[in-house]
Design a protein around this ligand. Structure first.
Ligand code: NAD
Length: 484
């Protein structure tokens, strides 16, 4: 099966922080892949803007190195790479001063779609937004893309929203959460709202509980100092896991339209109950032969920041009352894995003997590795010897179902950047959504700060603290096994 590529309008994309880690690792390799796919029009241009003084050739060399480092050799070739690099330009800019802005104003075309990617720390968002506006570089049709973290609490998120709103309309602001750009996440909506099979069962009457896991094997490494001011709740739950929860729990929007989808997500966030202390487990990884402990990585012996968190979250609305959503995320875990798992209830009555066992359907939506879905259904164990039941997967790994083209799942960043150029905000967070997520998160963090709770230590390479297992055991449930 050959995937369809719809070219976008011609554009000028300015990347502030165009020499930084995110630009080199994700944004420019993603754009190169879209170029190779034929989605980038021939006149489209990408302009790096950052602090370092360098000329166009210097920037092209820097990005050539980045693409050679981050894109496998079999997925690139010298001709397309040269042609792509031709599309790149660069200007040195001082976000906090006036240097470089007049030059940028001359470089950006007025008759193309213009997008400005703020791949810099949030402390610079206001400076850049104001200068883009004052130097008349941005037009009312321009788009800006802002990276996480979007605030560290409700107050700072409101402040950031205010700073951006002073120069840009909400319809121009694209708050990126790359989890929303994953193929499977969109497939979750396709499966829910494109089939009659699931939606009638998608509620507290038929769903026992939902698990959302994002586990990483890496430590906080060299980012320990930065991470220690944040922690898993701010870094992962408030944004990524919250977004996954919203897409799983939301009501069907009236159409697949940015505001209709985001209105429904916002309603879910507003229906989340406060989380009592008993429903939260926080942990810090210990040391082993592969690496130091969290305390050592953070260089803060008194650190109370969590590198792992598990939460039981209740949603107070008609659809979900009584069906908990268990969320967990952590670093230095046994496997790198992201998935949403919907555990359906057992059949109301079993017509089979006791030794047939009890069975229930499980729908798992894997974001990584091997993006895909699998539905476990109960069948009869083949062969003679009576009616014994087993659960087998109805697997829908994209690679198997769609062939190699389907397996070449577009990276989240490149998909989202193309959505920016198309002017489609569906997969971006709206300002009120981000604020509502912080309004739910803040009291949870304040709660453990007031109580003086300390995270418990967990073994690196494990599934997290035993207390997290207990969080489900006490409800008669268990976490899905973490596996790579
Ligand atoms: P980085 O430190 O590697 O790069 C920062 C970039 O900003 C550099 O190009 C630098 O020249 C530029 N810059 C800094 N101060 C400037 C100034 N005063 N004027 C003009 N340019 C200036 O950072 P990064 O890792 O690329 O992250 C960029 C943003 O993306 C941050 O907000 C970060 O939180 C976010 N983010 C990064 C990642 C990642 O994987 N690196 C992932 C998610 C979010």
């Amino acid at each position: 099966m050959v995937s369809r590529v719809i070219p976008v309008e011609t554009f000028d994309l300015v990347i502030f922080g165009g020499t930084g880690d995110l630009a080199r690792r994700k944004i420019l390799p993603g754009l190169y892949r879209r170029f190779v796919a034929g989605q980038m029009p021939p006149e489209a241009r990408v302009i790096g803007a950052a602090r370092s003084e360098m000329d166009q050739k210097g920037y092209q060399d820097l990005i050539r190195d980045a693409i050679e480092e981050f894109i496998k050799e079999e997925n690139r070739d010298p001709e397309t790479l040269d042609a792509f690099l031709e599309r790149l330009d660069y200007t040195a800019i001082d976000a906090r001063g006036e240097g470089g802005w007049d030059n940028l104003a001359k470089m950006v075309r007025k008759d193309a779609v213009t997008a400005f990617y703020f791949s810099v720390g949030p402390g610079l968002f206001g400076d850049i937004a104001t200068r883009l506006h004052d130097h008349k570089i941005a037009t009312p049709e321009s788009r800006i893309v802002v990276e996480k973290p979007f605030g560290r609490d409700l107050e700072s998120a409101k402040e950031l929203n205010g700073v951006l709103a002073a120069s840009f309309d909400e319809s121009q602001i694209y708050r990126i959460d790359h989890y929303l750009g994953k193929e499977t996440v969109q497939n979750l909506m396709a499966v829910r709202f494109g089939n009659v099979l699931f939606e009638p069962l998608w509620n507290a009457q038929y769903v026992d509980h939902v698990q959302i896991t994002v586990s990483e094997t890496v430590s906080v490494g060299g980012r320990g100092g930065y991470y220690d001011k944040s922690g898993a709740m701010r870094d992962m739950i408030q944004n990524h896991l919250m977004q996954l929860l919203c897409l799983t729990a939301m009501e069907p929007p009236s159409k697949f339209d940015p505001d209709a989808v985001r209105d429904e997500k916002l309603k879910v966030i507003r229906a989340l109950d406060p989380v009592p202390a008993d429903n939260i487990v926080r942990g810090q990884y210990g040391a082993d032969e592969d690496g130091p402990s969290y305390i050592e990585d953070s260089e803060n012996p008194d650190s109370r920041t969590e590198s792992f968190i598990a939460l039981k979250v209740d949603i107070s609305n008609w659809r979900w009352k009584g069906t908990p959503f268990y969320l967990r995320t952590g670093k230095r875990m046994k496997a790198r894995m992201s998935e949403i798992v919907v555990h359906f209830k057992e059949t109301p009555h079993s017509i089979f003997d006791e030794d047939a066992g009890s069975h229930s359907n499980i729908l798992s939506i894997r974001l990584q590795p091997d993006e895909g879905m699998d539905l476990r259904v109960t069948i009869k164990e083949p062969g003679p010897g009576g009616m014994r039941l087993i659960d087998v997967p109805l697997d829908m790994t994209f690679a198997d179902a769609l062939g190699p083209e389907g397996a070449d799942v577009t990276d989240a960043y490149e998909r989202l950047i193309m959505d920016v150029i198309r002017g489609n905000q569906t997969l971006f967070m709206r300002g009120d959504e981000v604020e509502a997520a912080w309004a739910w998160t803040d009291p949870i963090i304040e709660g453990w700060q007031k109580r003086g709770d300390k995270p418990v230590q967990y073994e690196p390479g494990s599934s997290g603290p035993d207390d997290a297992l207990m969080l489900l055991h006490r409800d008669g449930r268990r976490w899905r096994e973490l596996r790579a």
